[in-house]
Design a binder for this molecule. Sequence first.
Ligand SMILES: Nc1ncnc2c1ncn2[C@@H]1O[C@H](COP(=O)(O)OP(=O)(O)OP(=O)(O)O)[C@@H](O)[C@H]1O
Ligand SMILES: [Mg+2]
Length: 468
Amino acid sequence: METLLLVDDDVSLLESLSMHFEEAEKDGEPRFQVVTATTAAAGLAKARECAPSLVVLDMMLPDRSGLDLIAEMKSVCGDAPIVLVTAYHDMESTIRAMKLGAFDYIHKPFADTAALDLVINRALSVRQLSRRAASADLDIAPARLGDLIGQTPVMQKLVKEIGKVAAAPRATVLVTGESGTGKELVARVIHNYSFDEPRPFVGINCSAIVETLLESELFGHERGSFTGATASKPGKFEVAADGTVFLDEIGDLSPQLQAKLLRVLQEREFERVGGTKRIGLQARVIAATHRELTEEVKVGRFREDLYQRLKVITLRVPPLRERMEDIPILVKSLLERINGRVHKRVTRVPPEVMEALVRLPWRGNVRELENVLTRAVVLSPGEVLLAESLPRDEPTLEQDASNWLPADAPLPTLEEAERQLIERALVLTRGHKGRACQMLGISRPTLERKLVKYGAARSVKDPLKSVS
Ligand SMILES: Nc1ncnc2c1ncn2[C@@H]1O[C@H](COP(=O)(O)OP(=O)(O)OP(=O)(O)O)[C@@H](O)[C@H]1O
Ligand SMILES: [Mg+2]
């Protein structure tokens, strides 16, 4: 049996909620023991006595605000989720409550208790998950920042190749791989291991800058060489000195600059734009591209001779789907990095969440994994990475809509269509109203109003059926 602590100064609400929860059963046994309090002080005292599994806390208590109470309640109740209840729709306290670690924030009066039931069931299952995940904590030596994570044979092979390349600190290197695979990271690791003492690493994205500007960015320019060149300026090749120039997205370089680059690589010398002095190239050049350069050569977009020159040492960074076994350690180390960045401590990943992560297609590779985890960390209320904050490998509403209204069926009324859409959204999101609102492009109050209109949601699987 789980203990629920309800703290609210509205005695009649406490009574009706107590009755509601005391009626709930699980496997023929009462599911909850309900403890109530009408003030903050009494709530804390009861919490100490009964060690509740979950606390439902009113915002406006006679002696203190529920918001103020969150931190203290958490310190008394450990991992028991706290659900705040309020009669007001107030953005600021909603944000503050969630920030302080409330599990959820719901509004009263409750049209019926379904919304509250949904939240409480979710809160309790998250708590259970988190307890199970505690024992499933990943046991991996922490990686140093900037390390290339990966223990699969393909990644180990890459690391060995990097080692060889680092031993030849002047050789030009081409790094290929799909978007987000870690090409830039590979370039940095090559750089870091090429020199014992710190040297400059100068990167430039060849696709992000217009051609005329790119030329002067790469090679520098002399004063007066073009309108606006009021002072002379060294380019990346010069600034990199005896370090590394990283030419990102080399596949997007214009034909004219491809020719110039080829010459620089052949002669290991260049001039500033508008200048005559020959400057020796000391830096190592690492180029990267997500394009298939052989294809680009075939269709005439990339010079064959430049390609031949670049490809001598090619490192291919494998897509994430070719190294799925690395996902758990990547998740672990990315989480560490993300927690630091967003000041959170989401450290536990339940086994089923990890399985779901390993199964996703990751077309955007490690960068997509990092983005997805960042979002999930921000949205997860406690220390546990929640499955619901991850993208689902499910049909989206758009895909689903294609067979939503069969062409030969009679058109429903607008109201009926709306009802069905809301129902679909709630099924697709497994009853997650926030996500359903996002899908439908409506606000939460609008959804709530429509749910009341069409009959409030009772069960997650079949949200609207039971009432209508
Ligand atoms: N093996 C890895 N271990 C740890 N972090 C990684 C790994 N691979 C990629 N990352 C991280 O993923 C993100 C994307 O990597 P990076 O920018 O190097 O990819 P990219 O191949 O250059 O992508 P794009 O083609 O989109 O420019 C970075 O934050 C990087 O630190
Ligand atoms: Mg990149």
